[in-house]
Write a protein that binds this ligand. Structure first.
Ligand code: HMG
Ligand code: MG
Length: 298
């Protein structure tokens, strides 16, 4: 049976903007976070603490975190790939940190410059430090269905990574179809693999809409009992180390579908569309969302 309520993490300010070639000023990112929380988002992935050589767009992480007007009840999360990133993030008081591994070896190397096993060694002290500081920890599992370098990724690889994440104390894992190649049966198998190590309340999905499958994949996993999803306002996004991968599934499209199914999100769709229009105006393009386009044309 379908959940009555779904939690959406808007990853637009981070996953959505990290790959933008032209710098997006911190004040615009802060304005985006503000509009997302005004629209009712209770979970926002704000930025990452990664190498500015690797991802220049996120080099303003401190400025953005310092500039947001925090709202009670909103969880602000950030990416921290290693202890250096975690130490940089800590004074900015994130509510949640995300360590991000990969189900495929090649993507692990390209994205974070180490093997899966090495990544786990790097994450372990980060997880420990975060838990000691009372900060929640999520583990993103990239390329859980397909990899831009290796092709299809077997569910066993996802189970393997989830098991390692579990061993080091990661509390929640996100099954991420980084390049958006998944279809309903494939993503279900990837989720099943994660469920070998984590309970249904500790697994989320992160879909990219490269092949237009993200809503179908969402429905397929809602039917398994999942109720937590990442998406990005205006369908922003793309990973710098995953060529050809287009945006995250648009939060507007997710919300339109969920509300149409009488599933609560706590999000005001009109205000969300405004948030998407705001960042799209800045980027000089239309929102990459069918629902937003339809609503803006009314
Ligand atoms: P590395 O070069 O192996 O790191 O990079 P290192 O430890 O050898 O250090 C090299 C240099 O980087 C040193 O500087 C360090 O200080 C610095 P130098 O002494 O040469 O001046 N450094 C850092 N600087 C800032 N913050 C840090 C940090 N760590 C080291 N945390 C590293 C390893 C992970 C840092 C690098 O590979 C990196 O930054 N990669 C970027 C990864 C990234 O942000 N990818 C995009 C996010 S993942 C994603 O989008 C997928 C996801 O959304 C799921 C999905 O969509 O499916 C999660
Ligand atoms: Mg992503």
């Amino acid at each position: 049976s379908l959940p009555a309520k779904v939690k959406i993490v808007d990853v637009g300010p981070r996953d959505g903007l990290q790959n933008e070639p032209a710098p997006v000023p911190a004040e615009i990112k802060i304005g985006l976070v503000q509009r997302l929380q005004d629209a009712g988002l209770k979970n926002i992935e704000v930025t990452s603490y990664v190498s500015p050589q690797w991802v220049p767009q996120m080099a303003d992480n401190h400025q953005v975190m310092a500039g947001i007007a925090r709202q009670q009840g909103v969880v602000y999360s950030v990416l921290t790939p290693n202890l250096k990133g975690f130490a940089a993030a800590l004074p900015d008081r994130p509510d949640e940190i995300v360590v991000f591994g990969s189900a495929s070896e090649a993507f692990s190397q390209k994205n974070i410059n180490c093997s899966i096993a090495q990544s786990i060694e790097r994450f372990a002290p980060v997880v420990q430090a975060a838990r000691a500081a009372g900060i929640a920890v999520r583990g993103a599992m990239s390329c859980a269905v397909g990899c831009p370098y290796e092709g299809d990724v077997a569910p066993e690889r996802v189970a393997y990574l989830a098991g390692l994440m579990k061993q080091i104390g990661v509390q929640h894992v996100g099954v991420a179809d980084t390049i958006g190649v998944g279809t309903p049966r494939k993503v279900r198998r990837a989720v099943q693999a994660a469920l070998q190590h984590y309970g249904i309340d500790a697994v989320s999905c992160h879909f990219h809409d490269t092949y237009g499958q993200a809503l179908a994949n969402t429905l397929a996993t809602l039917e398994m009992g999942l109720w937590q999803y990442d998406s990005a306002v205006a369908g922003l996004g793309g990973c710098p180390y995953a060529r050809g991968a287009t945006g995250n599934v648009a939060t507007e499209d997710m919300v339109y579908m969920l509300h149409g199914m009488d599933i609560e999100t706590g999000i005001d769709l009109d205000k969300l569309v405004d948030a998407g229009a705001y960042i799209s105006r800045f980027l000089g393009r239309k929102p990459h969302s069918r629902a937003a386009s339809a609503l803006l044309a009314r």
